[in-house]
Design a protein around this ligand. Structure first.
Ligand code: F0G
Length: 409
């Protein structure tokens, strides 16, 4: 039997796997634990005999059996070697883990398949989340598949149109709040228990159990442990999840060593980066976060203590990038490699470049940037400003001239 429990990251109090809790009684964040020492039947051969997706690594997921699993075939996303992008960034061996290829176009699906399967096992009446867009889209899709009522709360100002479209079409009840993401999450949190709904923000440790599989896949696809793994940071869940995955691979003996985790935020929403770089002893929230990367426009990340552990334990790094740097990285990734990502996802590339330029990242190491969301989610006109678009009349000569001049160039 697989032993699974929940444990506080601060006081190490233990809670049963079926207790619904989002924080320890001491206020600490909870983490799901699997007794990894009791798993004696895992190997790369066994994993690789299965399809490449989240479920390939079933022994390392927190379920006993695969009955009643809710899945849309999430995970198994491409890992692209990017020579031209690497050259632009100033490094030799750069890869993009393209999470925009998940069923709803973001990494959230890795966690949501586990979160919704857990919700069914717990027989909850409905699921809820606050979201900057991607969590909402993913939760809406998975709850539709499971047949559970779903409510998502999104901040009015900033949700990318593609994400709103997804949540509505998947059939969620969409509530638009005249406030920030941080306000939305704190409001949802206050009512969730009272109304008997299940909260599926990244404060829910079961979701992170699915998200940790990105680490398993990176090692599986690369065939080794990279030197650095960079990713955008918002509510601070995903960096902690990926780090948990790398640690578990080492614990079960499938790898030697772990990468340095690199967390990137946008300049207008960088409380976590400031905490690490300035050495503050607690988070200083940003009341009105602002960046074109709306997915990570978060001023009060709930999982900051987990993310801090990830950066410290992995000998990691952090950096913040401007909106101009984010847009430039998004364009380079798209035009040099054909990989289309949303602004938040491009932040991992922009920030890694910055840390290579400053010498803080060793340019000779293997670097993996996780690009968390698909470009199609956020067709913001600001993002194509300055790019050429020719409007023409249906005139053969004109078309011939344009083609000739372009082909000659
Ligand atoms: N990248 C994208 C595309 C995201 O949507 C998010 C978070 C992150 C990065 C940051 O991940 O919060 O775990 O540090 N989006 C959440 C949402 C907040 O509601 O969709 P994190």
């Amino acid at each position: 039997m697989k032993k699974v429990w929940q444990e506080c990251i601060e006081c190490h109090s233990i809670y049963d796997a079926d207790v619904i809790k989002y924080k320890c009684d001491c206020g600490g964040l909870l983490e799901v634990h699997i007794d990894l020492r009791s798993l004696d039947n895992i190997s790369w051969d066994k994993f690789r005999s299965r399809k490449l997706n989240v479920w390939r690594y079933f022994e390392l997921l927190p379920f006993e059996d695969s009955n009643n699993i809710i899945s849309l075939d999430e995970g198994g996303t491409p890992l692209y070697k990017c020579e031209k992008l690497g050259k632009w960034m100033g490094a030799k061996d750069v890869y993009i883990k393209y999470e925009g290829m998940n069923p709803t176009g973001s990494f959230k699906d890795r966690g949501m398949c586990i979160g919704i399967t857990k919700a069914l096992k717990l027989r909850v009446k409905g699921v809820v989340c606050a979201s900057t867009g991607n969590t909402a889209a993913s939760l809406a899709a998975y709850s539709a598949r499971a047949g559970i009522p779903c409510i998502v709360i999104v901040p009015k100002q900033i949700v990318a149109i593609g994400k709103l479209f997804q949540a509505m079409l998947y059939g969620a009840k969409v509530v638009r709040l005249d406030g920030t993401f941080d306000e939305a999450l704190s409001l949802v949190w206050k009512v969730v228990e009272e109304v008997g709904a299940y909260l599926l923000n990244s404060i829910n440790p079961w979701r992170l159990e699915g998200q940790k599989t990105v680490a398993f896949e990176i090692i599986d696809q690369l065939g080794k442990v990279p030197g650095y793994v960079a990713l955008p940071v918002g509510n601070c869940g995903n960096i902690a999840a990926a780090w948990k995955g790398f640690k578990e691979m080492e614990t079960v003996g499938l790898t030697d060593g772990t990468p340095s985790m690199v967390g990137i935020q946008a300049e207008g929403a960088s409380p976590f980066v400031d905490l690490v770089r300035e050495g503050y002893d607690t988070l200083r929230p940003v009341e009105m976060p602002n960046t074109i990367a709306s997915a990570i426009r978060i001023g009060r990340p709930v999982n900051w203590k987990k993310a801090l552990l990830a950066v410290k334990e992995s000998d990691g790094l952090v950096a913040k990038v401007s909106d101009a740097e984010i847009i430039e990285a998004q364009r380079m990734l798209a035009s040099l490699e054909g990989i289309g990502v949303e602004p938040a996802a491009a932040a991992s590339v922009a920030g890694t470049k910055k840390l290579i330029d400053s010498g803080e990242i060793d340019a000779n190491e293997t670097i993996v940037c996780i690009c968390t969301g698909n470009m199609l989610k956020d067709p913001n006109p600001e993002l194509i400003k300055g790019l050429e678009l020719l409007d023409v009349a249906p005139n053969l000569e004109l078309i011939r001239d344009i083609f000739t001049s372009l082909i000659k160039q």
